[in-house]
Write a protein that binds this ligand. Structure first.
Ligand code: C5P
Length: 299
């Protein structure tokens, strides 16, 4: 038997970052929106645990037990006293080290796929608990839609979304390490008293109404200055998207993928054309959201 799970990427429409905590993590007010760009994780019984990956960035994906998909399988198996002898295949479409939770998607996908394959029937709470152990963004990859993530981003509250938002994503020529971006954030804010991160009510209202112009006026990403400091060329990509009529242009999460909000599919196509012609990025994709989280496709 084989189980395939499809998992979406995310964009952070708000990423408010607090000061570094004693454990090194940062408290966040993190507003996630799941968008229709997907990885698929397929799990098949095998003699021993193994991981393979296909897709444009496949050569950058670790295939050992550090892969979040492998870690998810091992942790679920440990809790239920099962031998994690499975083959995990990742069909990867979400950029690697791109700020769109691609690794987290694979962790959530493998977890749901193994739960289905093994018939462990873990509760939603237990799956979310394992997700939070795997990484700050993994719980959101499981639930999808839109959510406010508090704590280090793992404590989720589902948010209402009143319409479809049309996005364009520009993938950069190289990745950015999330810990390195947070370290740069700390360096740039040394000696600064950072206020407690809070979600913007205007932004939550815009999401609930499905109002793209209001959402564009409210988006923010506190990691953007740090990402731009490590990857200054991203400013040119952001400028090219803005010049093409994007309602908002921002770095997605810790980057370096840049995200452009468009009012409708036609304006999104215009932004795609301009970004592709700009020579400032590797590939350009459209995706809309919100979309559901990890979903079992078939067995
Ligand atoms: O939780 P995750 O393993 O995805 O986080 C990767 C790294 O990002 C952490 O090791 C930490 O350096 C940084 N991080 C952070 N504060 C958060 C989330 C992540 O400092 N809330």
């Amino acid at each position: 038997m084989t189980v395939t799970v499809r998992v979406p990427a995310k964009v952070n429409v708000q990423l408010a970052v607090g000061g570094a905590r004693p454990d090194g993590f940062h408290d966040l007010a993190n507003v996630f929106l799941a968008v229709g760009l997907y990885d698929e994780v397929t799990v098949t019984p095998a003699d021993e645990l193994s991981v393979t990956c296909t897709g444009p960035d496949a050569d950058q994906v670790p295939l050992d037990r550090t892969n979040l998909a492998a870690r998810a399988a091992v942790e679920l198996a440990r809790r239920y006293d099962i031998d994690p002898a499975v083959h995990l295949h990742i069909a990867k479409d979400i950029p690697v080290a791109g700020g769109m939770a691609g690794g987290s998607a694979d962790g959530a996908g493998a977890l749901l796929a193994c739960d289905t394959l093994w018939g462990t029937n873990a509760s939603r709470e237990e799956l979310l608990d394992i997700c939070a152990e795997l990484g700050s963004d993994v719980p959101f990859s499981l639930v999808g839609g839109a959510a406010l993530g508090l704590g280090r981003g793992e404590r989720l509250r589902a948010l209402e979304v009143g319409g479809t938002f049309h996005w364009v994503f520009a993938m950069a020529g190289r990745g950015l390490s999330t810990p390195a971006v947070f370290r740069e954030f700390d360096r740039m804010n040394e000696g600064v008293r950072i206020p407690e991160p809070v979600a913007s009510q205007e932004l939550l209202d815009a999401l609930a109404k499905g109002d793209a112009a209001a959402l564009a006026a409210a988006v923010s990403n506190d990691l953007q200055p740090a990402a731009l400091s490590l990857f200054p060329e991203l400013a040119e990509t952001l400028a090219a998207g803005r010049a093409a009529g994007a309602l908002a242009a921002l770095v997605s999460g810790s980057g370096p993928t840049t995200a452009f909000l468009a009012g409708d599919p036609e304006s999104a196509a215009e932004v795609v054309r301009a970004l592709s012609a700009s020579g400032t990025c590797r590939t350009v994709r459209t995706a809309s959201g919100a979309v559901p989280g990890a979903t079992v496709l078939g067995r």
